[in-house]
Design a protein around this ligand. Structure first.
Ligand code: FES
Ligand code: FES
Length: 192
């Protein structure tokens, strides 16, 4: 044990290990006493209209809080470097890359909206347009695409091709569904 060592219960250690994916390495270092457990914090996040008190590492990215702690797995991990858009959520109505946003940065009353909160029954115009035009191929990128499209339409109800291309340029689709995405954004503008 090093000089920063702290004592924790087996139950707490087990809870730490339950945080997985990219955060696993950090948790393992913490358990080896190389990261102070004082970095943990209780945050209150407003997610999909509800305040949730969550006990998380203070520097945990929002994406992992959403997926591993709040169990909202509709938001996807793609690159972890703000390069693909798979992790796009809304914060106070604006699209944001959850993979590079510390949860602490959005724990001050900001309204976080995930794909699960866009509508409870798939009735949001973007979701209806996506279904009507059968946009999805493998689907992995699509919650991020939909969140970016919804943010665009909230800001610009009748977007041009240029508006669409600009707003969704950071959302990568490995399946190449871009033509259907653009058509669906236009259809959502008609429906909405
Ligand atoms: S996972 Fe966040 S932008 Fe790729
Ligand atoms: S639908 Fe497969 S990555 Fe976009």
């Amino acid at each position: 044990m090093n000089e920063n060592a702290v004592c924790i219960s087996d139950a707490f250690a087990s809870k730490l290990r339950s945080y997985k994916n990219a955060y696993g390495a950090v948790i393992e270092r913490a358990l080896q006493n190389t990261v102070s457990l004082r970095t943990f914090a209780m945050l209150t996040l407003n997610i999909n209209g509800k305040d949730q008190a969550l006990d998380v590492p203070a520097d945990m990215p929002l994406l992992w809080v959403l997926r591993d702690v709040a169990h909202l797995t509709g938001t996807k991990f793609g690159c972890g470097m703000a390069q693909c858009g798979a992790c796009t959520v809304h914060v106070d109505g604006a699209p944001l890359r959850a993979c590079v946003t510390p949860a602490t940065a959005v724990a001050h009353g900001q309204k976080i909206l995930t794909i699960e909160g866009l509508s409870t029954d798939g009735s949001h115009p973007v979701q209806r347009a996506w279904a009507e035009l059968d946009v999805v191929q493998c689907g992995y990128c699509q919650s991020g695409q939909i969140m970016s499209a919804a943010a665009l339409l909230a800001k610009i109800p009748q977007p041009t091709d240029s508006d669409i291309d600009q707003a969704l340029s950071g959302n990568i689709c490995r399946c190449g569904t871009y033509p259907r995405i653009r058509a669906a954004v236009k259809r959502a503008a008609e429906i909405g």
